[in-house]
Ligand binder design. Sequence first.
Ligand SMILES: [Zn+2]
Length: 272
Amino acid sequence: MSATIDPDTAWDAFSCRDRTFDGRFVVAVRSTHIYCKPSCAARRPRREHVAFLPDAAAARAAGYRACRRCLPDAVARDRAAVVAAAALLGGDAAPPLAALAAAVEYAPHHFHRLFHRLTGVTPAAYARTCRADRVLAALRGAGNVTAAIYAAGYAAPSRFYADATRLGMTPHAAATGGAGETLYWTRCATSLGPLLLAATRRGWSRFAFDEDAPDLRAAFPAATLLPGDAALCARAATLVAQAAAVPVDTTLPSPVRRIAFRTLLHAAPNPG
Ligand SMILES: [Zn+2]
């Protein structure tokens, strides 16, 4: 939400009904005294008849009424529901979709679409990234695979092994600090901060914001670490660009957006 939205940017977003701008400003139509979301499906008024205001409260204070078609007041509620759901998905026992939607008082199908539209990923994919983070932490803490499965809250080993494929190494190797593994790493700038990407010969192993080589060393103390070659750096840059191109609600809290971004990175094919 910006009080200083550039009018040309706002007009462009309004003109093409760009949903990613919903919640960042509202469009007040002087001729009808109604305010809308940027994505409202209604016919576009002439530009000289609209004003771009920071939010619904500002529009109401200026005497405008909410559009009954696009329901601009629902944007804040939608965002709050997605943030609340993200917290549940990051917890020890991520609820299935029906329970998740019920917890934030939405219908399951509608909430699934809403979550995907705002974060760029599904609730299940988001939950998987949170679980995979716990897998590595549990492996490092437990020192062996069987103990880690239960420490990470898994009822069955099969799901644990499925999530552990993201490590780019066997769970046993991760539990022993990456012994016998070589990690090739690089860093890329993103709109969410500097990102470290590391891969083994099996595939991507780690995507971590605000990390540098010493942090990678702490995560895998027994592994060999080497700077990635030009090919790896190019693949990393392509991967980051693909994830950055997915439309998301940029007003979501940064921690939620970072998990969603790493989820998008994991969704891409491995470097092989
Ligand atoms: Zn509208």
